[in-house]
Structures are given as structure tokens and as C-alpha cells.
Design a protein around this ligand. Structure first.
Ligand code: HEM
Length: 283
């Protein structure tokens, strides 16, 4: 028997049948993790971010469909999409849990290589915020974004978001958010969809909280690579909610006769951007 080494397999996309690797473009995918240092934890840092960016892409796809379903009053379909989104968002918490095994010392071994890059500049994250309900025009001018990415952000900014379309459907039914949650209302399809929207909002909020906690543990009170105060800045983002009117209506349910309703959490408040990005925007 001769000791031959098998030729490496090459594929011809035009003639060869699809395989697992070629359908998913696995070889191409695996060329995209390129640490800039020899630090052991840098690979984990890159893969966690890339994995979450892939899920962001999946989330945008799903949320577009949820928005269309609400606009078309296909509430069962909207609820299915929202339940999927809640699960997708809980996966991101798991990703952050894995990254939390990195110690501040492990992080410090490659942090310098990040330069001024930061999750703050994630275009898809801003798209997600916009499609759900947050409009802050300063994020249209994200540092590091390409022309194509800025155009995408602008489009998202002007599109109706989930909060707009749900409020629109309520209005067409002649309902206020307070009436929706009132006991004995017959509008079960809308109320159940509202519950799913709030559930999703809560999960997204948990992501913000868990990310903040991760940053507290990894950086303490040090500023972020993107130039913000770091954990202090991220704490202010915990006031952001996608569906402020629905949240406000919840407190209305518990308001006793003669009491003033309590105000809604944050909502679409425009927050001061500690980096000062976007001051020159015009959209
Ligand atoms: C050890 C891990 C991490 C650290 C130390 C960290 C640190 C920070 C800091 C300090 C900021 C504030 C902006 C700045 O000054 O840089 C930030 C923002 C952000 N990070 Fe992270 N991060 C980590 C992991 C992640 C991961 C895995 C993701 C997933 C994509 C992510 C996504 C984001 C996003 C989207 C923002 C903007 C949040 C907002 O403006 O509401 N980060 N991060």
C-alpha cells in the first residue's frame, strides 16, 4: 500500500452539487475571524460580536415581517414573529454570558488593538432601535459607517416603526392604549399582540442591562473605546423603551379613582450622546 496524501478538495461552483459547506459558505465564514494580537481571549471577543451581528440581521428580517403583519392586521402572524424575536433576543443574553468568562486582565491584553472601534458604531443595532420605535437622528451619522450604511439608517429613520404601526391600528379601531388594557375589553387579538410587544421590549431591555453589567465587570469606571464614559453612559440607555404608550397604559390600569396616572418610562426621549456624535446632522 502506498502512503499517498489525498489532494485537497476544491469545488467548482458551476458544476458541483451543493454541500453543507458550499451552501452555508463555511470556508468563507471562517476566514472572517482575524485577531490582531496573540491574546487568547481576542478570538472569543470577535466571534461573540460577529455572532450577535448575524442575529441582528436575522432580527431585522423578522421585525420587518412583524411590522407588515401588524399593518395587515394579521395578528397571529405578528405574534408568532414576536415570540421568535423574544427567543432570539434571549440568545444574545447567553452570548454575553460566555463573554463574561473573560477577565479584565484577559481583556486588557488586546483592548489596545480595538482603537476607537466600539459596539456604539453598530449600524444594525441602530437599525433595530429604529425599526422598533426609537428615533434619534444623531445616530444617522454614525462614525465609521459607509455611505450605503448611512443610507440604510436614513431609510429606517423615516420608515414607520413597530410602535407607529401598532398605535395606528389601535387608533383605527377607535381605542386608546388605556382602553386596550381595561378589564373586560373584547379586543383580544390586539391586547395579546400588545403583550407580546411588551415581552419583546422587556427582553431587549434585559440585553441592555446585561451588556451594561458586562461592561461594569470588564471596565469598571474606565471610558469606552468609542469615547463615552463607558458603564456610566450605558446606564443612561437603560431608560430606553420601544413602546412607551403601552407601558404608560399599564400604570393607568392600576390608577385608583382620583389619582394622577404615573408617567411612562423613558420612551422616545432623545438622549444626550456623550460622544457628541451627530450634532451636525440634517435628515
Ligand atoms: C467585554 C465586552 C464588551 C465591552 C467591554 C463593551 C463595552 C462597551 C462600551 C464601553 C460601550 C459604550 C460606547 C463606548 O464608549 O465604547 C458599548 C456600547 C455598545 N456595545 Fe459593547 N462591550 C462589550 C461587548 C459587546 C458585545 C458582545 C456586543 C454585541 C454586538 C456589544 C454591542 C454594543 C452596542 C450595540 C453598544 C451601543 C449601546 C447603546 O448605545 O445603547 N458590546 N460597549
Amino acid at each position: 500500500m502506498t502512503d499517498t496524501v489525498a489532494e485537497p478538495l476544491t469545488r467548482n461552483a458551476a458544476t458541483e452539487p451543493l454541500s453543507y459547506g458550499s451552501y452555508l459558505e463555511v470556508p468563507e465564514l471562517l476566514t472572517l475571524q482575524r485577531p490582531r494580537t496573540d491574546a487568547h481571549d481576542e478570538m472569543l471577543f470577535i466571534i461573540t460580536h460577529q455572532a450577535i451581528e448575524l442575529w441582528f440581521s436575522c432580527a431585522l428580517h423578522e421585525l420587518e415581517s412583524v411590522r407588515g403583519a401588524i399593518q395587515g392586521k394579521r395578528f397571529r402572524q405578528a405574534r408568532r414573529g414576536l415570540r421568535r424575536m423574544t427567543r432570539v433576543t434571549s440568545l444574545w443574553l447567553g452570548h454575553l454570558d460566555v463573554l463574561a468568562t473573560m477577565t479584565p486582565t484577559g481583556f486588557s491584553e488586546f483592548r489596545g488593538a480595538l482603537g476607537e472601534s466600539s459596539g456604539f458604531q453598530s449600524v444594525q443595532f441602530r437599525e433595530l432601535e429604529m425599526i422598533c420605535g426609537l428615533r434619534d437622528r444623531r445616530y444617522l451619522n454614525l462614525p465609521g459607517a459607509t455611505t450605503e450604511e448611512r443610507e440604510r439608517l436614513l431609510r429606517r429613520f423615516h420608515e414607520p416603526n413597530l410602535n407607529d404601526v401598532f398605535m395606528d391600528v389601535l387608533e383605527r379601531r377607535g381605542l386608546t392604549p388605556e382602553q386596550l388594557f381595561a378589564p373586560d375589553r373584547p379586543d383580544e387579538d390586539l391586547r395579546d399582540t400588545a403583550e407580546d410587544l411588551l415581552e419583546y421590549d422587556a427582553l431587549f431591555h434585559r440585553w441592555r442591562y446585561q451588556h451594561w453589567l458586562l461592561v461594569v465587570r470588564a471596565l469598571g469606571t474606565r471610558p469606552g473605546s468609542g469615547g463615552s464614559s463607558g458603564s456610566e453612559f450605558l446606564r443612561t440607555t437603560l431608560d430606553k423603551w420601544f413602546f412607551p404608550e403601552l407601558h404608560a397604559a399599564r400604570s393607568h390600569v392600576h390608577t385608583l379613582p382620583g389619582q394622577e396616572p404615573t408617567p411612562a418610562p423613558g420612551g422616545n426621549t432623545v438622549y444626550g450622546c456623550p460622544m457628541g456624535y451627530g450634532s451636525e446632522l440634517s435628515a
